[in-house]
Write a protein that binds this ligand. Structure first.
Ligand SMILES: [Zn+2]
Length: 434
């Protein structure tokens, strides 16, 4: 395996959240690289990295620590990536998402949705509209930034090509399996990274509830939405608005409500991009694995991660190697913010550590401690915290938050049901000054 001499030779960041998305991403590299020879990962950078090239582009793949997901985690991952790889110009946010059935696009499982600016939106609409700001007051987000022009140009060139010639996605998917045959096999009880068959792509009318269990075997076929049979099982590509937020949606009625709240014609839901768009110039690429309704299950996740990754690989053919000379992501970040601070807080064995204050918050135990910034900000910064839960998704039973932000620091708070749950909790946090 090659090892490049410098981290500064990596100019494109590829961000994914789930381990299965990371596997799909790495499988699309032409060649994997070892860690660059001058790269020492800082303690505050909790990303997990992989390196490689696609054509002449050197790519760094960053994934979130296991158990972290959501907007704050994705934003933290992006900022860490930019600090560790300062020559990264822009990013691709690649992974799975939910399709929104509607008039504007016939989105099916395994299809690919790519964010595209439309109307007053930059391509991603935050559906829960709110962002925690200083003091815990919720504020509606402004419009999110558009992807960088060089990526929009590449997408336009690829679309024009696809009007005449088929996509390379099916070929890349075949090559992925040829090189990694084990990816076709079921793993941990779920199917591999292969097409799951149109008979397993069942869209039900929004008012019909799921029957029972992990599959729709006992759901009523007469309640399915009748859709035309496609001539090909190859994934189709849709361009449009992506709705992004912190709320996991498993209900057709909630899906409709949230779509209508955005006031936009969104065709996909996901849970990371909105945290990223204003920090990191990026394009969002999602493989569709369910319809965000009660019938959702995990069957299509791996295949959907693969189709999104294959789209990203093809897009690299249209991104110029020379002339990607716009400001680096880091420079853009520095322009938009005054200063960035980030660190990791480990709780450790909190019961013997007098620097933590314990109190009861409702039914939960809360431990808090003051965290200082190394230097003062001129105004209180925006603080974002993400729980690094080991082996479990963050829940109300184990969570992290912040309070009392001022120019020199803030109070970090961990909640858990009992002392028992607190021992192995840690959090990454970052602060962006404005
Ligand atoms: Zn069902």
């Amino acid at each position: 395996m090659t090892s490049l001499s410098s981290r500064n030779l990596y100019t494109i960041g590829w961000i994914c959240a789930l381990p299965l998305e990371r596997t799909a991403a790495i499988s699309m590299l032409d060649e994997e690289h070892r860690r660059p020879r001058d790269f020492e990962q800082s303690r505050s950078d909790t990303n997990s990295y992989a390196w490689g090239n696609i054509g002449a582009h050197n790519v760094v793949i960053a994934s979130l620590p296991v158990g972290e997901y959501g907007l704050a985690s994705a934003a933290g991952a992006a900022i860490s990536l930019l600090l560790s790889f300062p020559e990264v110009r822009f990013g691709l946010m690649v992974g799975i998402g939910a399709g929104i059935p509607g008039r504007s696009a016939d989105v099916r499982l395994g299809d690919v949705v790519v964010s595209r600016p439309q109307g007053r939106s930059g391509g991603v609409v935050q559906y829960d509209f709110v962002k925690a700001i200083q003091g815990g007051v919720l504020q509606r987000m402004g419009a999110l930034d558009s992807p960088p022009r060089v990526l929009l140009n590449a997408v336009a060139a690829m679309q024009a090509q696809h009007a005449r010639q088929p996509s390379h996605i099916p070929r890349f998917l075949n090559e992925m399996i040829t090189r990694n045959p084990i990816m076709a096999q079921p793993q941990q009880g779920l199917p591999g990274y292969t097409y799951q068959g149109s008979s397993n792509d069942r869209l039900f009318v929004a008012t019909y509830p799921h029957s029972q269990g992990d599959s729709c075997d006992t759901c009523d076929p007469t309640q399915q939405v009748q859709r035309t049979t496609r001539n090909s099982t190859d994934p189709q590509i849709h361009y449009g608005l992506i709705a992004s937020g912190n709320t996991l949606i498993k209900d057709a009625a909630a899906r409709s409500t949230l779509v209508s709240q955005t006031g936009e014609d969104c065709i996909c839901f996901e849970m990371e991009a909105a945290g990223l768009m204003n920090q990191f110039p990026c394009l969002v690429i999602r493989g569709i694995c369910d319809y965000a309704d009660a019938h959702k299950n995990d069957r299509w996740q791996r295949y959907a991660a693969a189709t999104a990754s294959a789209y990203a690989k093809e897009l690299f053919e249209y991104i110029p190697v020379q002339g990607v000379s716009t400001a680096s992501g880091m420079e853009a970040l520095e322009r938009s913010s005054q200063r960035i601070a980030l660190d990791v807080v480990n709780v450790g064995d909190i019961r013997d550590d007098s620097s933590w204050t314990k109190r009861t918050d409702g039914t939960l135990q809360c431990w808090e401690r003051r965290v200082g910034f190394e230097q003062e900000f001129t105004e209180p910064p925006m603080v974002i915290t993400a729980l690094r839960a080991i082996g479990a998704a963050p829940s109300r039973q184990r969570s992290v938050g912040w309070a009392n932000v001022d120019r020199s620091g803030f109070t970090i708070r961990f909640w858990a049901e009992s002392d028992h749950g607190i021992g192995n909790m840690s959090a990454s946090w970052f602060a962006v000054g404005r």
